[in-house]
Write a protein that binds this ligand. Structure first.
Ligand SMILES: Cc1cc2nc3c(=O)[nH]c(=O)nc-3n(C[C@H](O)[C@H](O)[C@H](O)COP(=O)(O)OP(=O)(O)OC[C@H]3O[C@@H](n4cnc5c(N)ncnc54)[C@H](O)[C@@H]3O)c2cc1C
Length: 319
């Protein structure tokens, strides 16, 4: 069995998990295997996973699983993986997936492949295409071990509709003894599109001069239904929260559209955003390095260009 870990938020399966599940279903199809889904939550929340490619589902609960910890979750998934004889575990490359995957790989004595961006090729061996060198290049690695843990870069695999029905099995596991960290509190950002899930991102840098000028960045993001991001100095200066910092030392994103205003395009910034499908750069300096990585470039003052984009986006929405 190929077992896909799915994350559930507010009763709904996260988009990055839908992608991982589609990946698992396609891989099962390709290797004559079956695809099961596993998640922590009520059976109800996992009841419709057939439409994302699951042929069976496991709803985990039990002491120690009420709050996310990498140790507790990986312990519980490992138990089910063993009982189901799962040889491949797939997770999304979200924060949660990234923190579970190495622990699972160790427990299962499996090869871990992270940053995966394309379907496994079985033409000669078991070859997986993944990012490397801080997303500046791709490599194909051959996985020789029997057991495998694969984490998929969010937004790199398209969600498909399936016509399966997945019966949900409830599994209760006591994970308390495996947990070595204590979760003191969970602060969730409310009412915003999570950056790692976003298909559209509006980002800004030091060219915006000060935190008070993010009103227009947020307005453009609102009109487009986008998430907001920023460069590292911006979050270092506390103009924006660190959760918005993208780049080599921040979050790696791969949205369909990345709009960057007043960001120079330093290599460390590009490391986190260069896999975006379309990049649009707004900068007063025609020599800004970001233009070399851009699909669309606007040489202009962000304080003039962003309000025009907002007005045009509003017109298009109204029309
Ligand atoms: C080890 C290391 C790790 C790093 N990790 C990261 C990382 O993860 N993410 C990251 O972002 N950086 C990272 N950095 C920092 C990186 O090198 C750059 O210093 C940083 O990205 C620059 O941020 P910026 O583009 O916002 O600012 P600046 O370099 O100051 O660029 C501002 C840009 O705004 C333009 N501009 C000015 N006014 C306007 C205007 N009115 N309208 C439009 N454009 C305007 C300017 O022409 C300029 O291009 C790292 C650095 C190091 C050494």
């Amino acid at each position: 069995m190929i077992l896909v870990f799915v994350e559930i938020e507010n009763g709904a399966i996260k988009k990055s998990s839908q992608e991982a599940l589609t990946y698992g279903a396609d891989l099962a199809d390709k290797t004559n295997d079956t695809c099961g889904a596993i998640g922590v939550g009520s059976p109800d929340a996992l009841s419709n996973l057939g439409k994302f490619g699951a042929q069976s589902a496991f709803a985990l609960s039990g002491a120690g699983l009420e709050t996310f910890t990498p140790e507790g979750y990986s312990h519980a998934i490992h138990e089910v993986a063993n009982s189901q004889n799962a040889i491949t575990i797939i997770v999304s490359g979200s924060y949660t997936g990234k923190s579970i995957a190495p622990k699972l790989a160790v427990k299962l004595n499996a090869a871990l492949t992270t940053g995966v961006v394309a379907m496994v090729s079985t033409d000669s061996g078991y070859s997986v295409r993944k990012t490397c060198f801080s997303n500046k290049a791709f490599t194909s690695v051959t996985v020789n071990s029997e057991k495998k843990v694969i984490s998929i870069v969010p937004n790199s695999y398209e969600v498909k509709a399936f016509d399966y029905h997945a019966d949900v099995t409830e599994v209760s596991i006591d994970a308390v003894s495996s947990i070595k960290t204590k979760s003191v509190s969970v602060d969730k950002i409310q009412g915003k599109i999570p950056l790692t899930e976003a298909e559209l991102v509006v980002s800004a840098g030091r060219g915006l001069k000060g935190p008070e000028n993010w009103v227009m960045v947020e307005e453009l993001a609102d009109v487009l239904g986008a998430a907001t991001a920023c460069s590292k100095p911006v979050s270092d200066m506390d103009w924006r929260p660190h959760s918005e910092h993208v780049g080599q030392t921040g979050i790696t994103i791969k949205p369909n559209l990345y709009i960057a205003a007043g960001i120079s395009g330093a290599i460390q910034h590009l490391a986190g955003v260069s896999s975006s499908k379309v990049i649009c750069v707004i900068n007063t300096d025609p020599e800004a390095p970001f233009f070399k990585a851009a699909d669309y470039g606007i040489v202009g003052d962000a304080f003039e260009v962003i309000p025009k984009l907002i007005a045009r986006a509003k017109e298009l929405k109204a029309g």
